[in-house]
Design a protein around this ligand. Structure first.
Ligand SMILES: NC(=O)c1ccc[n+]([C@@H]2O[C@H](COP(=O)([O-])OP(=O)(O)OC[C@H]3O[C@@H](n4cnc5c(N)ncnc54)[C@H](O)[C@@H]3O)[C@@H](O)[C@H]2O)c1
Length: 347
């Protein structure tokens, strides 16, 4: 019998519970333990899902012989946790964003490399058939020459949402607002499909919320392959859309609105398109709750496969870093009023 991989979760809030549930749903995984800085949080998740609980992730890793630690703490808290996992030689699957600064993302990547552990970022949308179908259409050349790519997250978050965790909407722990937190999923999809970005020019502001960071941002993007595009994010409109992705090329056009393909038009049709062009339950544009754990299960399964097959996870640490870098470049442009070229300095 193949032994189950032992997985621990650190951070037992909103997404930590999704991870615990996703791990429980996987037959080759065992939810060994959870940890949170607050005993009430780790104890209640442990009781709900049946595992050990801790208030210190170092102690959890010392005692639980984990194969994987999934990191579900606020975005600005990753580095110390990753250092502890690297010391304990435990593979890391980190929620998006990988971190909120270039200095920390590169330190996390270095720590993992030096410790010889796998490092993955959770961008679960990449596993959804609609988005992997879109990516395949691009890699198969069905768009012809890519001309334009637009990504938007035009959603709503209430005052109560920002008050629901002391870290939300703070520079130190959220690292940004509508783009670093909500919009980064479509930033990752856009980068994945369109390729690396050469430069950005952006405007950002705080239009409706009493938070330190932006609640609205718009950016013009120039890709390395010569294509152009836009990135937009806001948490200020009711009720908006969760995400919209538009990819245009000389031979095809696709628009995905939430989980629906609004437009899927190529010079050449393919019969197998129908296998993924069916609608999925849309993700809410007004709620931060992830109801369906399927895509998270795929991200965890992929990390297990990366360990078993000794390969990179599908969304590696370096891939995760790219999305953070683009978000930070957009912030820098909005702040300075200047065009910003990538790559950014790692310090
Ligand atoms: N992939 C997705 O769709 C998705 C969805 C929601 C959140 N997230 C990401 O997950 C992370 C957490 O978001 P959330 O909404 O679950 O937040 P949350 O506030 O609901 O939960 C965070 C938990 O971490 C604990 N915590 C904070 N600092 C800690 C530390 N240093 N050590 C141990 N525990 C600590 C808190 O007590 C809390 O229980 C964020 O980075 C967010 O961007 C991803």
């Amino acid at each position: 019998m193949v032994e189950k991989m032992r997985i621990g979760v650190v951070g037992c809030g909103n997404i930590g519970k999704v991870h615990a549930k996703a791990i429980k749903n996987l037959k080759d995984a065992e939810l060994a333990a959870v940890s949170d800085q607050w005993r009430t949080n780790s104890e209640s998740v442990a009781h709900e899902f049946g595992c050990a609980w801790y208030t210190d992730h170092r102690e959890m890793m010392a005692k639980e012989n984990l194969d994987i630690l999934t990191v579900c703490t606020p975005s600005g808290t990753r580095l110390d946790i990753c250092r502890a996992a690297a010391d304990a030689r435990v593979n890391l699957l980190i929620e998006k964003p990988l971190d909120i600064t270039m200095k920390h993302t590169s330190q996390i990547i270095e720590l993992a490399q030096e410790a010889g552990i796998k490092l993955g970022t959770v961008f679960q949308l990449r596993f959804m058939p609609l988005y992997s179908g879109l990516k395949k259409a691009a890699t198969d050349g069905r768009f012809g020459r890519l001309i334009m790519g637009n990504a938007a997250t035009i959603c709503f978050r209430s005052k109560d949402y920002y008050l629901s965790g002391g870290w939300r909407g703070t520079r130190a722990l959220d690292g940004g607002g509508a783009l670093m937190n909500q919009g980064i999923h479509t930033v990752d999809l856009l980068l994945w499909i369109m390729g690396d970005v050469k430069s950005v020019f952006a405007y950002a502001g705080n239009l409706t919320h009493d938070i330190e960071v932006e609640d609205t941002v718009t950016a013009a993007v120039e890709f390395k392959n010569g294509a152009v595009g836009t990135i937009q994010a806001t948490t200020s409109v009711y009720h908006g859309i969760n995400k919209k992705l538009e990819i245009y090329g000389t031979d095809g056009s696709a628009i995905i609105l939430d989980e629906d393909p609004l437009l899927w038009q190529f010079r050449e049709d393919r019969e197998d398109d129908s296998s993924f062009l069916h609608g999925h339950a849309p993700v809410s544009a007004i709620s931060p709750i992830v109801e369906d754990t399927w895509a998270h299960e795929q991200a965890i399964l992929d990390m297990m496969g990366a360990i078993a097959e000794d390969r990179q996870p599908f969304v590696s640490g370096m891939e995760g870093e790219k999305a953070t870098e683009l978000v930070l470049a957009i912030y820098k442009s909005a702040e300075t009023g200047k065009r910003v070229d990538l790559p950014l300095a790692r310090e």
